[in-house]
Design a protein around this ligand. Structure first.
Ligand code: PLP
Length: 394
């Protein structure tokens, strides 16, 4: 016998992966150059040279055991310290290696945190639009996922919706800024208002309500936009970070869970995260990658290519009549579907081998997502299709 609910998850693909695989099949039939694939958020710029240098110096200068051996479960303390030193320098915090647990990217970081908070009857709140995998990370680990409607048209935090969603069972609220799929950065004022609301609710219910701040796009910002550091705004914050996008290393699987030193029951929360990670067999993130991110803690991505794509797509699409919030970070555009049903619209686009992700799984069925981390030549070839498609609705 097998666990049927796990098998069902294993059999089903995310809508993003589904499209990506379809794109590969089409590319085999009609040629890669005739498929305009805007589905996946795979960084399209190379890793910064510091990443390669850190890898080369590790294998050249260190003995094989220190490069490839196990580290302690939470990761090498000196390398964790390098990461927190960078955060302290940027945000004026007092974090130490004890606040950080290295993980294989943001995904297992979020899963470990969810499991750590999964008491009986637990609820975790998230606002639409949200990264579709949250549903799996939360629901397959016990808690109920409670979805708050979007805040149109700016996609900032829907405070009234949040307030309505919170109750005595709420263990945490997941936020993600810069946001996938909208590219919106939550302002300091919005975060302060959320913090005040959560603090009031913590007092009312007599237990902590944690913010799980999922931050794979923290460093991917345009026009020098500021991303407020959530632990500086709200005490009970747990950050789930990934280096996948910031250092263009998504396949290397490295990130961390960070329990703010201001968190209620800070040490117990970290113990529960470490225990949850252990329970899924997830300890000691890749040693070589721990070294890379320790040495590259201060390295930021070169945003020029992403910015070019963002502006080219944003300007062109809005000039054709599409409605879309201008992204301040990440590498996506979230666009209102002409006709109102993004599945219908994306199916029409698919007939032209134009692959865009309908927003239903993000919690916004009337929007679609375009990844802008693509080759600029593909954008130029795809734009006439976008223009022709919207003309059919005029
Ligand atoms: N959270 C969000 C919002 C993402 O967009 C992604 C990946 O695209 C993840 C988490 C997972 O990231 P990782 O590759 O670090 O597991």
């Amino acid at each position: 016998m097998i666990n049927e609910s796990m098998a069902a998850i294993g059999r089903s693909r995310s809508c993003i992966r589904e499209l990506f695989e379809y794109g590969n099949q089409q590319a085999a039939k009609v040629g890669r150059e005739n498929v305009y694939d805007f589905s996946l958020g795979n960084p399209s710029i190379p890793a910064p040279p510091e990443v390669d240098e850190a890898i080369i110096s590790a294998v050249r200068d260190l003995d094989s055991i220190s490069v490839h051996g196990y580290t302690s479960a939470a990761g090498n303390p000196a390398l964790r310290e390098m990461v927190t030193a960078d955060l302290n320098k940027r945000y004026g915090t007092n974090l130490t290696s004890f606040n950080i647990f290295f993980t294989c990217g943001a995904a297992p970081s979020i899963v470990s945190v969810v499991k750590a908070l999964a008491v009986d009857g637990a609820e975790i709140v998230v606002q639409a639009p949200f990264f579709p995998e949250y549903r799996v990370y939360v629901e397959m680990n016990g808690p109920k996922l409670v979805i708050v409607p979007p805040h149109y048209p700016d996609f900032q935090i829907n405070l009234a919706g949040m307030e309505a969603a919170l109750n005595a069972h709420t263990q945490a609220v997941i936020i993600n800024s810069p946001n996938n799929p909208t590219g919106v950065i939550y302002t300091k004022e919005t975060l302060q208002a959320l913090a005040a609301l959560l603090k009031r609710k913590e007092e009312e219910y007599g237990h902590p309500i944690y913010i799980i701040s999922d931050e794979p796009y923290r460093e991917l910002v345009y026009d020098n936009a500021e991303v407020p550091f959530v632990p500086s705004v709200y005490d009970d914050t747990i950050v789930c970070y990934s280096f996948s996008k910031a250092l263009s290393v998504p396949g290397e699987r490295i990130g961390y869970a960070l329990v703010a030193d201001t968190c209620t029951d800070e040490l117990a929360v970290m113990d529960a995260i470490v225990g949850a990670a252990r329970a899924i067999g997830h300890v000691c993130a890749p040693s070589l990658q721990q070294r890379v991110v320790g040495l590259c803690a201060g390295v930021r991505p070169d945003m020029k290519a992403y910015d070019h794509n963002r502006m080219r797509l944003y300007n062109a699409l809005t000039s054709y009549g599409y409605e879309c919030v201008k992204p301040e970070g990440a590498f996506y555009l979230f666009v209102k579907a002409p006709g109102g049903d993004a599945k219908v619209f994306s199916d029409k686009a698919k007939e032209r081998n134009l692959l865009i992700v309908p927003g239903k799984d993000f919690g916004c069925p009337d929007y679609f997502r375009i990844s802008t981390c693509v080759a600029p030549e593909m954008i130029e070839k795809a734009l006439p299709h976008f223009e022709e498609l919207i003309r059919e609705y005029k």
